[in-house]
Design a protein around this ligand. Structure first.
Ligand SMILES: [Zn+2]
Length: 253
């Protein structure tokens, strides 16, 4: 029985892989142009890492369903590319992580009204529904200044990454190194306290709301202002390098 079950499971897995392969569209020269123009992280990767990035990007796009909402007419190729590239950047240190639990990405044109907590949102991640929600206007805003440490896309992907690590019913969980995660959380606790007391903190105020927010805001700074982050909070920065298995300061640009 056990054997039959496993045989069936691997058959399902094989069919899924074939489905993904058939759906995968190779990146066009124009796609690469978009990446080079708007996504400095990609541009600054070593050629062999660019290859890996592209491969994972294609797979990400073909495994997610992108859904326009709130009057947005359609999902453009640029939206697919830049949203997915942001996700791949955040998970790049984890070879096999593709945020499997989050199969749908909803895109609104602008801030949207959330009926759950009756406020306007720029984005959110809902683990129950397996969705990532972004407003395109704010997503683009995050790219306009790639060095100010504010990036909605990175913020929401960071929430998704942390949740994915905690989800125990798929094969993609518990990939955070326990020591690195502990180290980061110990340092984060002190930092949250400091932000509450200090008006001129390196991290913006909302980072002190709770540990989840701190993680998401810290990742925005990690990818957009790595040099400044490293010199202001060396130990915290180092703990993120250890945790995320990548170091944005080694990329030029
Ligand atoms: Zn948040």
């Amino acid at each position: 029985m056990f054997f039959v079950y496993h045989f069936f499971q691997s058959l399902v897995g094989l069919f899924n892989e074939i489905k993904i392969l058939l759906k995968s569209k190779k990146l066009t020269p124009n796609d690469i142009k978009v990446l080079n123009r708007f996504f400095p992280y990609y541009k600054n990767l070593q050629p062999k890492h660019q290859e890996e990035f592209k491969e994972r990007l294609v797979r990400f796009i073909s495994t997610k369903e992108f859904i326009p909402r709130g009057g947005l007419e359609s999902i453009t190729r640029e939206m697919e590319l830049l949203i997915s590239a942001t996700a791949i950047m955040v998970v790049f240190g984890f070879r096999n992580v593709e945020l499997k639990h989050f199969s749908r990405i909803l895109v609104y044109p602008d801030n949207y009204y959330s009926t759950i907590n009756r406020t306007y949102h720029q984005g959110e991640v809902n683990p129950k529904l397996g969705i990532i929600v972004l407003s395109w206007k704010n997503f683009v805003e995050g790219f306009r200044d790639p060095k100010n440490g504010v990036n909605l896309g990175v913020h929401e992907m960071a929430h998704a990454l942390k949740l994915e690590n905690q989800i125990h019913y798929n094969e993609e969980s518990n990939f955070f190194n326990k020591i690195a995660w502990q180290k980061f959380n110990d340092l984060a606790k002190d930092q949250i306290q400091q932000i509450k007391e200090d008006k001129d903190s390196f991290f913006r105020k909302s980072a002190s709301n709770n540990p989840h927010e701190f993680f998401a805001v810290a990742l925005e700074a990690f990818f957009e202002r790595p040099e400044a982050f490293k010199s202001e909070h060396a130990a915290l920065y180092k703990s993120l390098v250890f945790l995320l298995k990548q170091d944005p300061t080694v990329l030029k640009g």
